[in-house]
Design a binder for this molecule. Structure first.
Ligand code: NDP
Length: 282
């Protein structure tokens, strides 16, 4: 039976450090603030934004949510982002995705000052990550690295397989695992013989958005399985791993919920602190 990696507990430790860092900056007169832009009324986005707001409040980070209707124009968002870029009390800016149809997501993300891009989605930050010199870390992948480290298992020299190649999880995960000296393979919908590849993984990261995609017979005995998937089925949350069969085979597994999810928010908080520290050093 796999050991369950408790994402809530690992996140709580990160949050403790962030809280202390925020308090220390405040003593020096530096405020730490995160502003989230939410356009439209996607219910999942509403939940995510509220979770981020609660995390900020708990850690002493000033949190602001700016809401717009779904038909907001790109020019309005552009003006607001430029205003926030110039506001010294705002350490981090996050545009909640997905944006309503008709808005050019890439163009809008690129308006955020890279020093305040706490989601690490802007081209400059993605480029720095690919160069191995990131200033801010992509939240979900960085959270997964922390979860692996929490097990005490090494990453260097291990074979890592990532299922999913999105810009948010799969691709940045590749860079972080590579930088940690794993040998990494990335799979997607055109991958032939997925099971044959996942069975070779010492570290298996799943981020496909397909409930139960990975079953026990696709996992190497003893492997670390990090499941980023969040799938709502009949009102219940499931990961991309078929938890019961995978946990019979794996050495470690993250549950859904309570695994990767809490770490994503903890890493966002850490990035906001990092951005505030960097701004106060300038
Ligand atoms: P995307 O839909 O952007 O990407 C999914 C990726 O999985 C694609 O690269 C796709 O391949 C691949 N994929 C889908 N089905 C299969 C399959 N059957 N076999 C192999 N590869 C497949 O999703 P995201 O990366 O944004 O998110 C993935 C999951 O992680 C979702 O459930 C999402 O909700 C969750 N998530 C969780 C977060 C957290 O905080 N825990 C944060 C972000 C996301 P192709 O490119 O060929 O289409």
């Amino acid at each position: 039976m796999a050991i369950i990696i408790d994402g809530k507990a690992v996140a709580a430790k990160v949050n403790e450090d962030v809280k202390a860092g925020v308090a220390a900056l405040k003593q020096k007169g530096v405020s730490v603030g995160l502003t989230v832009i939410l356009a439209g009324n996607d219910p999942a986005s509403e939940v995510y934004v509220n979770n981020k707001h609660r995390a900020c409040t708990d850690l002493g980070i000033k949190s602001e949510i700016i809401r717009y209707p779904a038909d907001v124009g790109g020019a309005v968002l552009e003006a607001k982002i430029k205003e926030l870029n110039a506001d010294a009390s705002v350490s981090g800016i996050l545009v909640q995705l997905p944006l309503p149809k008709g808005l050019d997501e890439r163009r809008i993300l690129e308006l955020i000052d890279p020093a305040k891009d706490v989601d690490c989605f802007a081209a400059k930050n993605v480029g720095m990550l690919a160069l191995g010199a990131p200033k801010l870390l992509p939240c979900t992948p960085a959270g997964i690295i922390e979860l692996i480290k929490s097990t005490g298992q090494p990453i260097a020299g291990k074979r890592a397989v990532i299922v999913g190649r999105s810009n948010i999880v799969g691709k940045p995960m590749f860079h972080l695992l590579l930088q940690a000296d794993a040998t990494v393979m990335v799979c997607h919908t055109k991958t032939v013989n997925l099971a044959e590849i996942t069975r070779t993984a010492d570290i298996l990261v799943i981020a496909a958005g397909r409930p139960g995609l990975i079953t026990g017979d696709m996992v190497k005995p003893g492997a670390l399985v990090l499941d980023a998937g969040i799938n709502r089925v009949d009102g219940k949350l499931y990961g991309d791993a078929d938890f019961d069969s995978v946990s019979d085979v794996a050495g470690y597994i993250t549950p859904v919920p309570g695994g990767v999810g809490p770490m994503t928010i903890a890493m966002l908080m850490r990035n906001t602190l990092t951005a505030a520290c960097a701004a106060s050093d300038n």
